[in-house]
Structure formats: structure tokens, C-alpha cells
Design a protein around this ligand. Structure first.
Ligand SMILES: Nc1ncnc2c1ncn2[C@@H]1O[C@H](COP(=O)(O)OP(=O)(O)O)[C@@H](O)[C@H]1O
Ligand SMILES: [Mg+2]
Length: 256
């Protein structure tokens, strides 16, 4: 099963691409669970589902007892129950679990992190392809929120700032728990020079190039998923090419 997490600087296009990727993968008849650990969730827009800002109540976690982690899921709740109750039903049958926060009177970030780790650890590994969206920057990626992923997809805009974040994130692959594969994609590319700049700076050949597509920006203004706004446009086509690439990576591994 595919286990991919999208990382990169804020604004690079992670949520837009990750949600579209999840839907296109699901259209191949595959079960896809979209995992969002951004406290300001962006994935629902590209998945084409309404944003519920308080999807998971804080009472799903309780303090762990002696010998347990600091916070654990309430007895009787496990990963599949969490998905059954809290994962939204999206177009193309994608299920979407938003896990950036738990909400009570205040946001419970630490509780969210522990609950998240438990859900990811208990997930039925055979049941789902996992497509994850991380918040911008390096913090979550470096501190293990992407541990479920064996492939990290680094989304890079051909801007100086985005490239700066990207050079740090490339180091992810060297982390002890690091993903086995790094896939770099250039987003909002306007010409070959954009692509060259990214591959030179990161010393990695991009697996896919997603052009700057005005239709995507337009869809954003209208709150529409790019895939619905333009099902066969340049954006959808290049994300489809990415799905193809990533799927091929996995089949090469299982049939060497
Ligand atoms: N290929 C593209 N062409 C045009 N606009 C894009 C493209 N990809 C993303 N965008 C726009 O860039 C902005 C940031 O995208 P988003 O996916 O929210 O970034 P991130 O999740 O990395 O912070 C959004 O307004 C989105 O519509
Ligand atoms: Mg985002």
C-alpha cells in the first residue's frame, strides 16, 4: 500500500496536490485514507468536502495509566473506530481524517499528537493507502508526524524561500526513522528554468512538474476542488502523472 506524506513550505501547494492525489488514486478503485495533521486544515478544499473545524472532540483521549503513553485513546476506541466515527466521506470514496487538533474549551495539541500516534500505529496496514498532508515548514516533519509514511513527497515552489525549506526537508531522508523514498515535485512551474533551479539546488531530479495553472487559483477563490473545477486540465493531468509515478515506485519494490 502507498504511504505518502506531502511536505514543504507553507503555500507551496501541499494540500492542493495531496487532496487531488488522494482522489485520483481512489479513482483507480483503491481504498484511500487522507490524513491531515495541519492545525489549519487545507486538504478538505482539494478533496471537495466541507470543512468541519471541530471534527474530533477532546474526550477521545484520556490520561494514560502507569506504563502507558501520557495520553491514550479512551478505552473502547481504537483506530478503526476513530476512522468509522470521525473520518469524513469525500468524493471518489476517499475517507478524510483531520487530526491537527482536538477541541475542547481550548485546543489540545499534545493530546492530538498522542492520539495521532496511536491511531497511526494501530491502523490496519493492509486496508488503506495513506495520503498525508503536513503543515508547512519543517517542525512536524522533523518531529515524527510523518512516521506513517515510507515515501515523502516534497512540494517545492521555484522560489528562494520554498527552496530554503526544501533543502532542510531533504535531510529528512537521513533521519533515523526516515522515509525510504523522497519524491520531489516542482509546483507552479512557469518554465524550464524553474525546474532547473530546483533540481540544481536540491541535487535531486524532480519526479513530476506541476505547472502554474490559473484554473487552480480561480477554483481556490470559489472554494471549489481543482479536480472538480477542471477535471482534465493541466493541474489534474500532472497530478495524475505523479500518481502513476508513485504507483510504479511501489510496484517495482514488490516485484524486484
Ligand atoms: N499548480 C498551481 N497553480 C496555481 N495555483 C496553485 C497551484 N498549486 C497551488 N496553488 C495555489 O497556491 C496556494 C497554496 O496552496 P496550498 O495547497 O494551500 O499550499 P500548502 O498546503 O502547501 O500551504 C493556494 O491558493 C492554491 O490554490
Ligand atoms: Mg496546506
Amino acid at each position: 500500500m502507498i504511504r505518502i506524506a506531502f511536505v514543504g513550505k507553507g503555500g507551496a501547494g501541499k494540500s492542493t496536490i495531496a487532496g487531488t492525489f488522494a482522489r485520483l488514486l481512489a479513482r483507480r478503485g483503491e481504498p484511500v485514507l487522507a490524513l491531515d495533521s495541519d492545525p489549519m486544515p487545507g486538504m478538505p478544499y482539494s478533496l471537495g468536502v466541507a470543512v468541519d473545524d471541530h471534527p474530533i472532540p477532546e474526550d477521545v483521549v484520556v490520561a494514560g495509566s502507569e506504563g502507558q503513553p501520557r495520553w491514550v485513546l479512551r478505552p473502547g476506541l481504537d483506530a478503526s473506530e476513530m476512522i468509522a466515527r470521525y473520518a469524513a466521506q469525500c468524493p471518489d470514496s476517499v475517507r478524510y481524517l483531520q487530526f491537527g487538533n482536538l477541541w475542547g474549551p481550548v485546543v489540545r495539541l499534545q493530546q492530538a499528537q498522542f492520539a495521532w500516534s496511536q491511531v497511526v500505529a494501530e491502523l490496519d496496514a493492509e486496508q488503506w493507502h495513506l495520503v498525508g498532508d503536513l503543515p508547512g515548514g519543517t517542525r512536524q516533519a522533523m518531529f515524527g508526524w510523518a512516521k506513517y509514511a515510507d515515501t515523502v513527497c516534497l512540494v517545492v515552489e521555484p522560489t528562494v524561500k520554498s527552496l530554503h525549506t526544501a533543502t532542510r526537508l531533504v535531510k529528512l531522508t537521513q533521519a533515523e526513522w526516515g522515509p525510504s523514498r523522497l519524491v520531489v515535485i516542482v509546483n507552479k512551474a512557469q518554465d524550464h528554468a524553474d525546474v532547473d533551479r530546483v533540481s540544481k539546488r536540491l541535487a535531486v531530479e524532480p519526479a513530476a512538474v506541476v505547472p502554474h495553472d490559473p484554473v487552480v487559483a480561480q477554483a481556490d477563490r470559489q472554494g471549489a476542488a481543482p479536480l472538480d473545477a477542471s477535471p482534465a486540465g493541466a493541474f489534474a493531468q500532472s497530478v495524475e502523472a505523479l500518481v502513476e509515478q508513485v504507483t510504479a515506485l511501489y510496484s517495482r519494490h514488490s516485484h524486484p
